[in-house]
Write a protein that binds this ligand. Sequence first.
Ligand SMILES: [Zn+2]
Length: 217
Amino acid sequence: MSAAVLEKLRAGIRRFRTEVYPGHEETYIEAASKPQRPSALIVACADSRIDPELITQSGPGELFVTRNIGNLVPASGEMLGGVSAVIEYAVSAPGVQHIVVCGHSDCGAMKGLLEPEAVAQMPTVENWLKNAHTALSVAKALAQKDERPSELKRRVTEQNVLLQLQHLRTHPSVAGAMAKGELTISGWVYDIGSGEVRIFEEGDSVFVPVEVEEVKA
Ligand SMILES: [Zn+2]
């Protein structure tokens, strides 16, 4: 079974080399010939249905991306790990001008927050999700009486994105670049089923859908 999975991946690589790469050869050669200068860092969920490059139609060299369960950004000093290092590097070396925290519909991590028993057998995940607990508490406080579970999940997803934006600001590299006016941040929620992306910018009070003129059938 697992050999079949690797074979499927191999077939994909072959298809990329023979059908996709030739059409973009110049772009790839150009990208390899100079240091990367991505303009944005996207912190997205590890969920297999999320594809930051696809939904923003970005090519090689355009996005710096880090993905983890629940698109979390531990506050500075909270956890010295991959996410903090990526943020510091992206802001300091290629000098990204924008950071996005991108949450999404039907997020397993948000389910884990709402139903802790779902992650009780996964001590590492359970511990990681502590970085989102405040979002749960805010979402519950804002919830209407008799709110539907789907509505509460949407609320937790949004509050989690807002919380991670707050955490982002605690990182010295981010706070410094923002103070200099060289960096802005935004929070997104991507709806897997409809493809819609809603964005919360600094100063907004709600997530605003990205307008499209018409959706082609
Ligand atoms: Zn997720």
